[in-house]
Unconditional design. Structure first.
Length: 245
């Protein structure tokens, strides 16, 4: 290999890469916050007893789960202005498309968490005369979020990496900036390597936190399971329970 590395192109353009990274993080944070909020009512609609409402919610979820994110991004940026007659800036289009996509996946994660909440706890909330909103806020959502936290974090990490796709609609994120610099300098190897490292530096710690949370949840589940089995053994017929003075 006769290629000679020149890392000065990275140091000379590092401020531009940081600006692109900042925009990438901003887009990811906005999308994650919006999706985590919007996904809650969508998940509840998906569980509705009204069949039409339930099917409409499921239709939305399946459309965005079963079509490529890049197609959704192009549709919002190119096709939606044709329908509305309103020109949508690239950054806004990116936020809309990514939010619609992540909300669909997040809603399914929420739904799974909601349905795993023991019915006895919901009944206890009714006995305490909590309104439906209070039951959702104080009983259902906190437990669902705790149980589905690994899935939610995994989705958030994925959407952060998927923000690289917004460069295709000329949003000056990290990937767009890196491509532009590499075209100007003819040093794609150095620039794209550093861009990949920037994504890695943010995503890898998040994945480590995710792994730790999963281990803690598994350990908590094992402890609870052991306690339940121990209690069941003590309550079994013919089992002698030692009572210490």
């Amino acid at each position: 290999m006769n290629y000679t590395f020149d890392w000065s192109v990275v140091s000379n353009n590092f401020p531009r890469l940081l600006e692109g990274l900042l925009l990438t993080v901003e887009i990811a944070v906005i999308v994650i916050v919006l999706s985590m909020i919007i996904a809650i009512p969508l998940a509840l609609l998906r569980m509705s007893n009204i069949e039409v409402v339930r099917w409409l919610a499921q239709l939305y979820i399946e459309i965005f789960r079963c079509t490529p994110l890049l197609v959704q991004l192009f549709w919002v940026y190119y096709a939606l202005p044709t329908l509305t007659g309103i020109t949508i800036p690239g950054t806004i289009s990116a936020i809309i498309a990514l939010t619609l996509n992540l909300t669909a996946f997040m809603a399914e994660a929420y739904r799974s968490g909601f349905q795993s909440v023991p019915p006895e706890q919901v009944e206890a909330g009714k006995m305490l005369r909590l309104t439906r909103f209070q039951q959702i806020r104080h009983i259902i959502v906190p437990q669902a979020l705790k149980q589905q936290l690994p899935v939610i974090m995994s989705l958030n990490i994925s959407i952060f990496k998927d923000t690289a796709l917004v460069s295709t609609i000329a949003v000056a994120d990290l990937m767009f900036t890196a491509n532009k610099i590499s075209t100007e300098s003819y040093r794609a190897l150095e620039i794209l390597t550093v861009a990949a490292l920037m994504y890695f530096i943010i995503a890898f710690p998040a994945s480590l936190i995710l792994s730790k949370i999963e281990r803690n949840l598994m350990a908590t589940g094992n402890v609870r399971g052991t306690r339940k089995r121990s209690l069941a053994a003590q309550m079994a017929p013919g089992t002698k329970v030692e009572v210490k003075p």
